[in-house]
Write a protein that binds this ligand. Sequence first.
Ligand SMILES: Cc1ncc(COP(=O)(O)O)c(C=O)c1O
Length: 413
Amino acid sequence: MASADTTSSDTRDDAYEFAAPFRAPQGSPIRELFKYVGRPGMISFAGGYPSKDLFDRDGFAHALDAAYRSDPIACLQYGDTAGTPALRGSLARLMGTRGVACNADDIVVTTGSQQGFDLLLRTLIAPGDTALIEEPAYPAAIQALRLAGANIVPVRTDRDGIDVDALAAQLDAWPAAPKPKLLYTVPTFANPTGATLSHARREALVRLAAARRIVLVEDDPYGELRFSGTPVPPMRALADACPGARDWVVYFGSLSKIVAPGLRIGWAIAPAPIARRMIVAKQTSDLCTSPLAQETARHYLDSGSLGLHLRSIVGAYRSRCEALVKALGHFAPGEIAFTAPEGGMFVWARLTGGRDAGEVLKRAIERNVMFVPGPAFFVREPDASSLRLSFAAPSEAEAFEGARRLASALAQA
Ligand SMILES: Cc1ncc(COP(=O)(O)O)c(C=O)c1O
């Protein structure tokens, strides 16, 4: 019988020869905060979760029931790696409403859009390859690039997203080889900044990526959550007007923020040579996305429920965002600088007077309110006074109370 000592020494980290990116892996800094979220009375501006009060539970139950009743075998059996033809068709029609002309064959269904990015990295990035990413950026994109062993180079953004002129200058000064392989961006209601890239910048970025032969990754989980301002087309739509550009844009969509993240349904639209390789990578990842989830998603989309649901959640997020913005102005005037977003889930802010958001968070948690300190969103040189506040989950009354507690934490920090 093995002794207790033998068992514990066998389970030490250094007992294994881990692959380089996993020798000292950093987990998601945001997930670390989740241990506080369930605390009684906690008001969380931390997660990028859709509001639990806003799920379309009845519509969803109906779609699940209809999916199973109409074809139980399709729900229970393995399915095509690229996705069920029916869901791919429904997603192609959804993309049509976003201005992207495509058909079912152009869609690869993924288990959340996060998987899509991971599959793309497996097809394009070998350790040491360079990848560009907007900064501040979605932390799980940074994490995926780190685990792929990429040389990650941040690209400057301002309140309108990527500064395309600065990027062009950065690329002009780049050594002839090796060139960056891809550029990752969330151009509409970005996570974490809430910023939206203007129409003119989108066109310039599409042209630049095509001219430099860099794969432009357009991650778009929030685009439909617009509550003010004028809609801008996805870059994947604009690429059609620029010869050759479509070959350099990879679009990721997701039902997580607009229907439910528990479905784990995302999709990719990629140039055929890339899509083919992503499907091969997916074969060794999960064989296929859950057919039960795909059939349910298809019934939900085809029933027309999404349009009604979107109207309801966009209205709620508008009110919640307005409540937070108003409450921050009321309780902490001059202490937090931010630009109110036109949609999405996030307010990106900076504490005035150079205060450290991590320190303020400690005081905030004591007062049962949370947010994410900005450094989680940076690749190299974090801005310690920045922070991300999500307005999606707290009700208007909670947003008001949360801002009051935050102001009290600021007064103590
Ligand atoms: C920018 C961005 N991309 C992708 C995802 C992941 O989406 P999914 O649930 O489709 O994997 C998130 C989730 O927070 C996100 O904010």
